[in-house]
Design a binder for this molecule. Structure first.
Ligand SMILES: NC(=O)c1ccc[n+]([C@@H]2O[C@H](COP(=O)([O-])OP(=O)(O)OC[C@H]3O[C@@H](n4cnc5c(N)ncnc54)[C@H](OP(=O)(O)O)[C@@H]3O)[C@@H](O)[C@H]2O)c1
Length: 242
């Protein structure tokens, strides 16, 4: 789809990847960029239209779909991540919170905006997934399933929306240099570069973005994951935890 002239809505647009995507959309000539944030006062860029949106709040999701009824490109970027294993935390609270935001919040946005996109000619949905859609990273056991579930959702959504002409793009990426990855040492990709890669894919009608070499390698290893992925992760995990 054409980015030039598109009307885009980006969730979690106040910082990190969401902000980079909003800026790249403006730079590529999007007609309107709705920059959605839990606190829209934190959006200072005058080239975008700030809107209040917590994706876990059904009333705010419904209100956004009504107010932004000219949207042709929905970018589901908002997400949360806790560094926490599966076993150990005192309750399921954080595991549920991550699923509530990353999976159910995104599903809620897709459901609210599918008819909007249909009425505007089809358009596109971009879902921000992760390299951990493909495997469970040690120490982040309760986060990774949210992205695996979202990957499945993205594939299901694509089948459901194809007839109405909506392109559904799943974005998988390794570390990106944002607040979410601030505790991580090692190479991280600049958000602006990832945003450009994503919008190139949307413009070209590509349904999947494997944003970097690590992510491409991880997906390629999936058919032999128990042999190629988990033994290495497990030994690194045990070495790190002494
Ligand atoms: N950083 C990485 O290494 C990396 C790698 C692969 C994929 N991703 C994915 O990229 C996306 C963006 O993450 P990021 O790296 O830019 O992280 P970030 O800097 O932590 O930004 C997350 C954004 O999501 C918003 N958000 C969280 N919960 C929300 C809710 N319930 N409703 C609306 N907005 C909400 C945050 O808003 P507040 O400011 O209000 O908290 C913030 O704007 C996420 O889906 C993440 O999983 C990140």
């Amino acid at each position: 789809m054409r980015i030039d002239g598109a009307v885009a809505l980006v969730t979690g647009a106040n910082r990190g990847m969401g902000q980079a995507l909003a800026q790249e959309l403006v730079a590529r000539g999007a007609r309107t960029v709705y920059a959605a944030a839990r606190d829209p006062e934190r959006i200072a860029d005058e080239r975008v239209v700030p809107i209040r949106l917590d994706i876990t709040d059904p009333d705010e999701v419904a209100e956004a779909a009504k107010r932004c009824a000219d949207t042709t490109l929905l970018v589901n970027n908002a997400g949360i991540a806790y560094v926490a294993p599966l076993i150990g935390p005192p309750s399921l609270r954080r595991a549920r919170e991550q699923m509530e935001t990353n999976y159910f919040g995104t599903l809620s946005m897709c459901r609210a905006f599918a008819p909007v996109l249909r009425d505007n000619g089809g358009g596109a949905v971009v879902n921000m997934l992760s390299i951990v859609s493909f495997f469970s990273a040690p120490g982040m056991g309760s986060f990774c399933p949210t992205k695996a579930a979202l990957w499945s959702l993205t594939n299901g959504l694509r089948m459901e929306l194809r007839e109405q002409g909506t392109l559904v793009v799943g974005v998988h990426a390794s570390f990106i240099d944002t607040r979410m990855s601030e505790g991580i040492d090692g190479p991280k990709h600049p958000p602006a570069d990832v945003a450009a890669t994503i919008l190139d894919a949307v413009a070209a009608g590509r349904e999947e973005v494997l944003a970097d070499e690590d992510t491409r390698e991880m997906k390629a290893a999936l058919p032999r994951d128990l042999e190629l992925i988990y033994p290495r992760l497990e030994s690194e995990y045990h070495a790190a935890s002494g």
